[in-house]
Design a protein around this ligand. Sequence first.
Ligand SMILES: Cc1cc2nc3c(=O)[nH]c(=O)nc-3n(C[C@H](O)[C@H](O)[C@H](O)COP(=O)(O)OP(=O)(O)OC[C@H]3O[C@@H](n4cnc5c(N)ncnc54)[C@H](O)[C@@H]3O)c2cc1C
Length: 478
Amino acid sequence: MFVMNNIKTWKTLPLTAPCFSCHSLASSSTVVSMTQKPPSSKFRRKSSYGTSRRSILKKSFNQEQVNFTAPFSDEPLVAIIGGGISGLICAFFLDKRGVRSTVFDTGIHGLGGRMGTRVIDEPNNNPFIFDHAAQFFTVNDSRFAELVNAWIDKGLVREWQGTIGELRNGGEFLPFLPSPPKYIATHGMRFLADSLLSETNLVNVVRPCWISKLEPFNGMWHLSENGKPCGKFDAIVVAHNGKCANRLLMTSGLPLIAKQMKRLELSSIWALLAAFEDPLPFSGNTEVSFEGAFVRGIDSVSWMANNTKKLLPSRSDGPHCWTFFSTAAYGKQNKVPQENIPTATATRVKEGMLEGVEAALGLSKGSLPKPFYTKLQLWGAALPTNTPGVPCIFDPFGRAGICGDWLLGSNIEAAVLSGIALANQIADCIQSPGTDPGEFAVGLNHEFQPLEGHDIGQFPGLGSEEKINAAQVYELVK
Ligand SMILES: Cc1cc2nc3c(=O)[nH]c(=O)nc-3n(C[C@H](O)[C@H](O)[C@H](O)COP(=O)(O)OP(=O)(O)OC[C@H]3O[C@@H](n4cnc5c(N)ncnc54)[C@H](O)[C@@H]3O)c2cc1C
């Protein structure tokens, strides 16, 4: 237990969540187990906010629920930790509701998280451009459709006219039907993310910044990056997931939020970016004519797309920049720390993926041309494989919420809908003084279900004529 009894603006509630069993994820320098002796006064360090032992005890493994009881400040400020599409959309919709926010993101080159685009300037060549995570998206929900239409009007998004389909081991390609339309970010996914907040008035963006600590004190959340204060906030949004979020939440005083985050399971996917001098050959002595394909029957490859054709359709000469993704099974099989990939693993994975591409294209062994540029990356926390199936999670007592794709699915649309939902939930809570905060609680106890879909996300309704006919036959005989 940690005691905050002389802090008037918030009190502790009894613990409703079970203890975590994730000691290994915590940084040993910040966790004080209740069974351990407190550090000697010699090593007691006051935090940058003037808190003392109380704050340190809060870091207990058996964390207790924070309960803010003071009214929100006159001009409430929300911290959004994560500048992927869900966090950015949350900021955008808070702005629409007149609520100020600050988005913190680790991105060095830009915002967007898993909507990443890599541009490589080559002195003697056209620049290489690759979307190295999200490739395209489909639209189902009317709220998402409204946003996408606005992005199309601004030239940020356009329909992907190139052929995409399913490529079977050996070089059989089945094109998908034109409907549902497939959308791409005109200049690459990251540039869409970077443009999303351009017309907001109440949003501040801080990057690159890695929030490493959340501390509730005097009725506000205090954020810091490795000991450096990053401001105080009325409410917080955790708009990222994985190990990093688990670590951040473990000692924050938000056991219910932390418990839900801990339940999330994520796949790992290798991305290989490769530039070729010439168009890729296809079985039967032709050139590859499709621009994107879900690959079937190959362990090491689940998706391939010609990013030059997709993003620079008017360019006729090289280089030809391709993004290849592994399957989730191959990612798991070859998992290593993503920030420190051993050279031997990198060599094996790269070779395995290029061999997979060769087989998928129906080429004889050794006949795939050598790329003159490659970049290998592991998405260690790539896509969610389970979901609570709620648009967002919000703890009104701790004034903290979560948004992200995994709350609803595994694609950009799910992340957008989650960001909208959480923004409205927080704005409703802030703008309804006197209402029982409990009324704004959402998603804190939802059970998780497995997620179906492609290895790189869900694209409802996408399929070839053959696939759709097969689905209809199945429906009839059911
Ligand atoms: C390989 C791959 C291919 C994909 N392909 C598709 C596709 O074709 N179509 C599709 O619709 N979806 C696709 N997806 C899924 C899509 O990218 C995600 O659903 C979506 O981008 C998730 O957005 P998000 O905001 O929930 O999370 P993220 O994009 O992960 O954003 C989280 C952000 O938080 C930041 N962050 C983390 N910790 C901190 C911290 N402590 N402090 C500050 N910032 C922090 C991260 O750096 C990141 O920028 C793909 C994903 C992958 C990995």
